[in-house]
Each structure stands twice: as C-alpha cells, then as structure tokens.
Write a protein of this length. Structure first.
Length: 363
C-alpha cells in the first residue's frame, strides 16, 4: 500500500469513525505498561526539528513500498502551510497525529495522513507554553511544557484540561508505567544548575506524588514490559557523562553504564542503546537484556556501516523490527539509516530537512 492508498483509506476510516462514534466509550482508560507492536506498517513519518529560530521544521513521509521519502507532506496537505519553528516530538494516538512545536509554542493535531485538524495553544500568565514531548493512553494525550508543567489533552474533544501538574524544571520526555506518569526534569535552561529529578504523577488523581533523584540533566525515558523505567541523564557535558539508569517499580535507581540514545525493541525484552558522548572518537551500539539484566555481547550495528554524522535518533519499525537511526550535523540535510536485525545496512535516505527528531510508524 502506498501513500496515495493511505489517503483514500484514511477518508474511509474517518467516515466509519463518525458512524461508530455513538457506540464507543472512553469511560474505561487503559493504563497498561506495554502496548503490542503494530502487526504491519506502511511507512514512517519523519519529523525534522530544523534549527531553532529559523522556522524550518518539516514533516516527511517515508513509503516502505516505494522506498521514497516525500519531504513536503505537511505543506502539500495544508495549502502550503509551513510547520514552523523547532519541531520537538510527534505521537500517533488513535486516528490522530500530535506534533509538538517548541519554538512556535503550539501543538498541531492532524488526521492520520497529516491534514491539519486543530492548532492547540496553551498559555500561562499570558505567555504561550512551549510543548516538548508526548505520551498517551486511550483517553488523553499528555504533554510536557518547558515552563515546568504537564498537561493533558482529551482525545475526543481535543481540549486541554484546565488542571496542569507542576513538576520540575524544564521537563522533557514522559512515559506511562504502573498507572503513573514518569517525567524527566532536565533543568536544561538553568546551566550549570541542572535539575536531577524524575517526577511521578498519579494518573487517577492527576497529581504529583513523588520526585526521584537521578544523575543530573535527565532527558530521555523508556519503559519495559515489566514496569521498569529507564532514564538517560545528559550530565553536564564535562566531568559528568551521559548516564543510563533504571528506575525500578519500588522507585530505587540502578546505574547501567553510559548512553546518549535508547529504545526498547518491539518485543519489550531488550533495550538498545547508543553511546556517542560529545567529543568521543568512537560510538558504541549495545543491547541490554531486560530479563538477564546484563549487556549482550557485540554491537547491533556492523562495523562496515558508516554514518554521515553522529547518530541523533533511534527507533524501531514495530512490524519488521528494523532499526532506524537518524543522523545530523546541524548544517546540511539529514539522513535516516535502516539497519537489519543482523546489523546490516538495508538502505538510507535523505529526510528532506534538518535535525531529525525521529521516525514514527503508521499502518
């Protein structure tokens, strides 16, 4: 199925959704820690952050069947509208796509092919809040705002709840596990006094219940199917390196070494990590076995695979289990590399923009 088929399929899906809306219910919220991977994927949206202040973020679509990347999906579907300044994150939730535009201070909500449905602007004290990252269940999409709050957007109405939860300084990534929302508070705007906490929000009451101390400057979170939460702290880009930690269900914290990127594989039993410390001459590609609680021997990328720049994103195609690694030198167009389960280079393509924020898969 190609992208044109997706447009037709999406229109049919929209009509059927309207027809069935009266039969559906959002009363029961699914807080499961693990979501089964997609059984098939047609392709991936590639979100390009662009350079901050340059209004050059973009949304591309990579078609797995044609092996081509369309770099102007958003503009072509929205009368030439540019995405804006500094795209931060994207989430596919149900039949909608949410895009966090940090620099522009807004959230785009589109249908499944990228056609704009709504712009969401949330303000506090007369200033637009700047969205960073998303998580979702079957009732809400949760978003971190860089002014220190977590908000929730009702998926049915696309309205932002009036209640927001105050967490730590400059929150980044957030994940749902154990009926809680875990939020990484970086304090990235407070150099050199970074934050060093992960806040825990109870979903039922939508209130903060705890702050967990970790290595300073936490930014990235992942969860496994056992309810463990993994966090990468970026350190201070000096004597405190990028550090990988595991937060156990009892809130104790274990150090697991070093990493700058990570992603749980589609079956939820292994954590793939990349360690590309700033200024380091080598890059490590390692796999941590969740059940054995130890690293697997060898690299998940073969030594003959050469990247154009340092890796900046790491994602999995949930159907094929192929690995997508984005690279960027912050100056020229970025590349996305597809790596097989045996570490071989399958293909690579230009993302059509600058500074990829990740690959986000759809059926």
């Amino acid at each position: 199925m190609n992208y044109k088929n997706l447009l037709f399929r999406s229109m049919l899906l929209t009509l059927s959704t309207l027809f069935l809306a009266s039969c559906s219910s959002d009363d029961e919220v699914d807080y499961d820690v693990w979501t089964p991977p997609l059984s098939s994927t047609q392709g991936a949206f590639i979100l390009n952050s662009g350079n901050q202040g340059s209004n050059n973020a973009s949304l591309a679509f990579y078609d797995k069947e044609t092996k081509k990347c369309n770099p102007t999906v958003f503009q072509s579907l929205n009368n030439g509208l540019e995405l804006g300044d500094t795209a931060q994150d994207l989430i596919v939730s149900g039949d909608s796509i949410y895009i966090a535009m940090y620099g522009s201070g807004l959230i785009y909500v589109t249908n499944i092919q990228g056609k704009l449905v709504k712009k969401i602007v949330s303000e506090r004290d007369g200033k637009a809040q700047k969205p960073r990252n998303f998580a979702s269940d079957n009732k809400y999409v949760y978003v971190t705002y860089f002014d220190g709050y977590v908000a929730r957007i009702e998926r049915k109405t696309l309205l932002v709840d009036a209640t927001q939860v105050k967490v730590g300084n400059n929150p980044e990534n957030l994940k749902i596990a154990n009926n809680k929302i875990y939020v990484a508070n970086s304090g990235g705007m407070n150099y050199p006094n970074y934050d060093k906490t992960v806040s825990v929000i109870d979903i039922a009451t939508f209130s903060k219940v705890k702050d967990i101390e970790v290595v300073l400057n936490p930014t990235t979170l992942e969860i496994d199917r056992r309810g463990n939460v993994y966090v990468i702290s970026m350190g201070n880009y000096g004597d405190v390196p990028n550090t990988l930690q595991r937060i156990n269900p009892n809130y104790s914290v274990d150090s697991l070494g070093n990493a700058t990127l990570m992603k749980i594989n589609p079956t939820g039993d292994r954590l793939y990590t990349i360690y590309a410390q700033y200024g380091a001459p080598t890059v490590d590609y390692k796999v941590y076995h969740i059940y054995d609680q130890k690293y697997v021997d060898g690299s998940f990328v073969n030594s003959d695979v050469k990247f154009s720049a340092s890796p900046s994103t790491l994602d999995f195609d949930p159907a094929t289990k192929e690995i997508y690694i984005g690279t960027s030198d912050y100056r020229t167009n970025a590349e996305m590399y597809i790596i097989s389960t045996t570490g071989k280079l399958v293909s690579h393509f230009n993302t059509g923009g600058l500074n990829p924020a990740g690959a986000f898969f759809i059926k």
